[in-house]
Design a protein around this ligand. Structure first.
Ligand code: IPM
Ligand code: MN
Length: 355
């Protein structure tokens, strides 16, 4: 049963194909909300490359303050071909993650039935794990600088910041998530303790300290390079993986590929005490913009994560079941843009009709 409260959701369609996939996610949200009498209100924000080109504004402070008041944020994609890489990504996406203290980036790697998988002999039974990526520290903080830039003696330093507080809250979330998920009751720390002997020493010590509080969770460790190898060779070994910001960024692109591609990979930027933001992880795909060919399933799955995180678990389940039924129908031929056999809107219609 849904509660009587009304959710306020900020919608940031963003750049490229972001608006197209967000439309389909909102279509499915509307269908599930109607079926479960969930009330919500949407407020759209035009952040992204077009606004930046027109006004020079990236993310005005006043909007950032407004965003704090929502129950959730639903994001399409950030990144524009006419804007130098980094400006929008850092100025909008990373700034929101940091300033809203969304310290977890939750990325399920789940292969649904009928989704082509590039791994031989692996199916939905073998590919079903979750990556908990730290989302506010590590190499993403911008710490470092240049010395003698542009000279032959140039020095470039990029620092990985790992705080006890930041590491501990991320690990605690991961332990709690493994308990709640109740699948294999296993948490794998992915690091690089053999080389990064400061940063991952802190991670490893904190991991073992916290493990004592979660006796039912089996702990496991893998270096990041080996994690990549096992994700391809034995993905069934993983239940929940916890890792730092950059390693999490890298292994979740690999994760997206083994779950069928960017077209179906969703993620949540989560502040368990504040406002969280949900997005398809694939980016703005400029070359497919406006063609009605991009796969909206990742955005639909992001809407499902939004519902789950705000506590509408039965609505979230409804969305997931509809996605699975849509895939089982065989009507969606591939996860790739332009290869689905259906348009972006038709995939959205199909999922919404199955709610
Ligand atoms: C992601 C993206 C971002 C990241 C980029 C766009 C800054 O790759 O969400 O994984 O590196 O976190
Ligand atoms: Mn990434």
């Amino acid at each position: 049963m849904s509660s009587s409260k009304s959710y306020k959701i900020a919608v940031i369609p963003g750049d490229g194909t972001g608006p197209e996939v967000v439309n389909e996610g909102l279509k499915v949200l509307k269908a599930v909300a109607a079926s479960q009498s969930i009330k919500y209100e949407l407020v759209h924000y035009d952040l992204g490359g077009e606004r930046y080109k027109k006004t020079g504004e990236i993310l005005p402070d006043s909007i950032l303050e407004e965003l704090r008041k929502y129950n959730a944020i639903y994001l399409g994609a950030i990144g524009h071909p006419d804007v130098k890489p980094g400006i929008l990504e850092k100025g909008i996406l990373l700034r929101m993650r940091f300033e809203l203290d969304q310290y977890i980036n939750l990325r399920p790697v789940k292969l649904y039935p009928n989704v082509p998988c590039p791994l031989k002999d692996k199916g939905p039974k073998e590919i079903d794990f979750v990556v908990v990526r730290e989302n506010t520290e590590g190499l993403y903080t911008g710490g470092g600088g240049f010395l003698k830039k542009g000279t032959a003696d140039e020095v470039a330093i990029q620092e990985s910041i790992n705080t006890r507080k930041g590491v501990e809250r991320c690990l605690r979330y991961a332990f709690q998530y493994a308990v709640k998920r109740h699948k294999a009751n296993k948490l794998t720390l992915c690091g690089k303790t053999n080389v990064l002997t400061y940063a991952f020493d802190l991670w490893e010590r904190t991991f073992h300290e916290l493990a004592k509080e979660y006796p039912k969770i089996k702990t496991d460790y893998a270096n990041v390079d080996a994690t990549c190898m096992w994700m391809v060779k034995n993905p069934e070994w993983f239940d929940v993986i916890v890792t730092d910001n950059l390693f999490g960024d890298i292994i979740t692109d690999l994760g997206a590929m083994i779950q069928g591609g960017m077209g179906i990979a969703a993620g949540g930027n989560i502040n368990p005490q504040g406002v969280s933001m949900f997005e398809p992880i694939g980016g703005s795909a400029p070359k497919y913009t406006g063609m009605n060919v991009i796969n909206p399933l990742a955005a639909i799955c992001a809407a499902q994560m939004l519902l789950e995180t705000v506590g509408e678990t039965s609505a979230a389940e409804g969305v997931e079941k509809a996605v699975i039924s849509a895939l089982e129908s065989g009507k969606i031929k591939s996860m790739g843009a332009g290869k689905m056999g259906l348009s972006t809107q038709e995939v959205g219609d199909l999922v919404a009709s199955l709610i």
